[in-house]
Design a binder for this molecule. Sequence first.
Ligand SMILES: Cc1cc2nc3c(=O)[nH]c(=O)nc-3n(C[C@H](O)[C@H](O)[C@H](O)COP(=O)(O)OP(=O)(O)OC[C@H]3O[C@@H](n4cnc5c(N)ncnc54)[C@H](O)[C@@H]3O)c2cc1C
Length: 409
Amino acid sequence: MTSDVQGPTWTNWVGNQSFSPSAMIEVTSEAEIAALVARAAAQGMGVRTFGTGHSFTPIIETAGLLLDTQRLRGVIEIDAARQQATALPKTTVGDFGEPLWEAGLALANQGDIDTQAIAGAIATGTHGSGNHLPSFSATLLGARFVDGLGNLVTVSETENADVLPALQTSIGLLGLMTRMTIKVIPAYNLHARTATLPFGEVIERFAEFAANNRSFSFFWMPSDESAALYCLDNGKRDDCAIRFFNAATPDIPRDNLPANERIDRAYRIYPMQYDPNFHEMEYFLPLEAATDILHEMRKLMFRWLPLSVYPLEIRTVAQDNAWMSPNYGRDNLVVSVSGKPSDDYWGYLRACDALFAEFKGRPHWGKLHFMTADRLDRLFPRYEDFLKMRRRFDPKGTFLNAHTRALFE
Ligand SMILES: Cc1cc2nc3c(=O)[nH]c(=O)nc-3n(C[C@H](O)[C@H](O)[C@H](O)COP(=O)(O)OP(=O)(O)OC[C@H]3O[C@@H](n4cnc5c(N)ncnc54)[C@H](O)[C@@H]3O)c2cc1C
C-alpha cells in the first residue's frame, strides 16, 4: 500500500484501487475521529478509513475524508485469565504474536499473511483454514467505534450486545472501530507439514484430510507455470501443494525433521510470501458439496487457460453468527482464484462466479466479487437486519461509497 499525504492519492497494496480523497488525515485519538466524522456528516461529506490496504475491492474509496489510523497501533491490554486481548485498529495480525506469547496466549488461527490490520481483518471476515476454526470476525467480543454521526459507541457483553453480530463483519459500514477486544487461546506450537499430491488422490481423501488435521489447505496447479506465480516451491500441472498444520505435541522430536516439516510458535508458521502480481476473487461454498465443487473448478480452470493460470487455493472455515459473514450458519469450503493484472480476466472470473452461484456461494468482502443487493438478500439470511443496523448507526450514509451504496443502502 502506498499513500501520498500531499497529493493526496491512495492506492491499495496490489495497485488495482486508487483514488483521491478531498483530504487524508492521520488521526491520533477517538475524540479527534469523533469530531472529524461529526463535521463531515453535518456537511454531507463521506468518510472512509483503511487498514493496510490489502483488499482488492473498492471498499476504501471516497471523494471525502480518508482517515489514516496508523498512529493507533498496538496491543493495549491482555487478560490472560479470560483469554482476551484488546488492540488499537492498526495493530497488525503479526503484532499480536510476541505479546500474546509472553502472556501464554495466541491467536486461534491466521491467514496466509500477517500484515493486515486487525480492524481490516475483522471488518472483512479474514480467515485461515480449519474445519473447526472460524474467521477473525467470530473472535470479536467487543469494540468501541465512532458512528456515522460522530458518537462514540461501546459494544460489550453488557452494552449494545445486540450490535455485535453486525459489527463482527461490518465492512466498516457501522463506524470506525477505535479498539477491539478479541478472544484468544492458550499459546501453542504448530507442526507444519507440506506435501505434493496429484488432484485425484486429494479429492479422494479430501474429507479425511480436512477432518483429521487442525488446518488443511492446498493450492491446485492448472499448469506447470502456476506454482511460481504464488511463490510456491513445487507443484506441476494437476498437482496439489498441501499444507497440514497440527498442534505440536511434546513427543514429536524437533531435531532432524524432514525438509517438508517445521515446528515453531504458531504465529511464525502461518505467514507466507506473496508478490503483488495477482487480482484475487474468493467465495465461500457449502463444505458438504466440496467434492463436486472441486471437480467442477478443475474442469473450468483447464477450459480457461491461460487466463486461469494462477493456482486455485482451497481452505475450509467453521461457521459463525456474524450477519454479513460468508460463514453465517454454514461450514464452508473456501475457493480462491486470481487473474493476472495485465490480463482481461473478467470473463474467467464471471465464469467462476456463475459456478459459485449454483452452490449459493458467498463473497469474501476484501476480494473481487459480482454481488448485487438482490443476491445478498438471497444469500445472507440476516441481510435486512444488517441494513437496519447500518442505518441506525449511519443514518446519513457517511461511511457509504459508490460500491457499498449499491449493496447496502
Ligand atoms: C497477499 C494477500 C493475502 C491475503 N490473505 C488472506 C487470507 O489468508 N485470508 C483472508 O481471508 N483474506 C486474505 N486476504 C484479504 C485481506 O485479509 C482482507 O482484504 C483484509 O481486509 C485486509 O486487511 P487490511 O488491514 O489491509 O484492510 P483494508 O483492505 O485496508 O480494509 C478492509 C476494510 O476494513 C475497513 N476498516 C479498516 N479499518 C477499520 C476501522 N478502524 N474500523 C472500521 N472499519 C475498518 C475498511 O474500511 C475496509 O472496508 C489477503 C490479501 C492479500 C493482498
